[in-house]
Design a binder for this molecule. Structure first.
Ligand code: CTP
Length: 403
């Protein structure tokens, strides 16, 4: 495994499992990576910075306000060391991440070198929680770990087994080899191969109003489109994300444009179409909208039925295909049968380079899940089927296929 030239920042917080990090640093170094280590003050109770600086070959960063000799090192870099360290890294791995450090990261608290550096890191941040089972399953921690994912951090699931408390359960830090493997996977998917590329992505559902309080919508969560935006940003792209109503946080460094209806999405796409290298439309746009919108709230009438007359919305993807200024155009499709046949027809009709098909009948695929099961089909009919994976991993496969 060659990590030559890769810059790995390892953050260690105060848990018993911190001792495993010595082996982890050794594995990173053996594979050719450059390694810097930061520790929280309580991590010092578990492992010595002397050992870690000897293994990494670099001074371990602990103090947010290090004593610097004003005669020799008073440059802006030394004064704002945490910022430059955050920008330096190709990946920031935090292992073990205690409940306390995770809670701080979720809330943007930056009271030590490690937590301050997380805020300025532009690289992927891979977090490996480790603690006692009761702490890990506490509702507060459960919420914080899920918030980490929503904020775009990558999380390694802790393992089950014997714990430091003598109890047994979930919360163990995986072995160094496992964390090393996760680091490799992220670095492989997170090289800066889209540096300088402009990418436009649509995501989420659209809401088509019936009256002032009701709409026709769908269950799309926007997770697939947001994962694509995050993955593309991490690979260096300049990303614009046009999204329907979703409750997701915007990935850092991504420009977000919020819309509600298909028409608003169409206008936002039209205004931002030129100059892109890649356009990916993962939004679940409503195909029909009410022909007229009732002012105020539509009252119940005496009859049993209510008929709402609808009309077709504009097909944004088709518009992009007809007005292609040289970008690669990728569409999505939800098919339950004859996927190749329908996909090829859609590719032709909408002038696409590639289509991503998901079958909502397959377990782990579809609107509300964090995972997806995708098939990628290009315009020559080449088909690649993928097993169930997280939407972030699926985003990586989609970006790989575009390249
Ligand atoms: N799309 C769009 N504008 C619309 C409708 C769909 O841009 N008004 C895009 C979606 O973002 C997606 C693709 O078109 O990329 C889906 O195509 P569509 O023909 O709507 O497919 P399905 O809804 O899967 O299929 P069907 O034809 O079976 O309704």
């Amino acid at each position: 495994m060659n990590l030559k030239g890769k810059k790995i920042l390892l953050g260690i917080s105060g848990g018993i499992a911190a001792y495993k990090c010595c082996e982890l640093v050794r594995l990173y170094k053996k594979s050719g990576a450059e390694v810097k280590v930061t520790m929280t003050p309580s991590a010092l109770n578990f492992v010595s910075p002397v050992t870690l600086s000897a293994l990494s070959g670099n001074e371990v960063m602990i103090n947010l306000f290090p004593e610097v000799d004003p005669n020799t090192s008073s440059t802006i870099e030394t004064k704002t060391w945490h910022i430059y360290t955050g920008l330096w890294a190709d990946i920031f791995v935090i292992a073990p991440a205690t409940a306390n450090t995770i809670a701080k990261i979720v809330h943007g608290i930056s009271d030590n070198f490690l937590t301050s550096t997380v805020l300025s890191a532009r690289s992927p941040v891979l977090i490996s929680p480790a603690m006692d089972e009761d702490m890990y399953l506490n509702e507060a921690t459960v919420r914080n770990v899920s918030a980490l994912r929503e904020l775009g951090y990558l999380v390694i699931e802790p393992e089950s087994g014997e714990l430091a408390s003598g109890l047994s359960g979930v919360g163990r830090l995986p072995e160094a080899e496992t964390i090393f493997q996760h680091t490799l996977n992220v670095l492989n998917g997170a090289n800066r191969d889209l540096e300088g590329k402009k990418i436009l992505i649509t995501a989420g559902p659209t809401y088509e109003p019936i009256d002032d309080v009701r709409f026709i919508g769908n269950y799309s969560s926007g997770k697939m489109g947001f994962s694509l935006a995050l993955a593309a940003m991490q690979r260096g792209a300049d990303v614009k994300l046009v999204t329907g109503p979703v409750s997701l946080k915007t990935p850092r460094h991504v420009t977000r444009i919020d819309v509600n209806t298909a028409e608003e999405m169409f206008n936002a796409v039209k205004d931002n179409l030129k100059g892109n290298d890649i356009v990916i439309m993962s939004a679940a746009v409503a195909d029909y909208k009410p022909k007229s919108v009732h002012k105020g709230k539509l009252k119940k009438s005496t009859g049993d039925n209510l008929a709402i007359e609808t009309e077709r919305t504009v097909d944004i993807l088709e518009y992009a295909g007809k007005n292609n200024t040289g970008f690669k155009l990728i569409g999505f499709a939800l098919e339950t049968e004859n996927e190749i046949e329908y996909a090829l027809d859609k590719i032709k009709r909408k002038d696409l380079d590639m289509i991503v098909v998901n079958n909502p009948k397959v377990e782990g695929a579809g609107f509300k899940t964090d995972t997806n099961v995708i098939t990628i089909i290009d315009k020559n009919g080449n088909k690649n089927e993928y097993p169930k994976m997280t939407k972030f991993e699926a985003a990586g496969k989609i970006l790989d296929s575009i390249k």
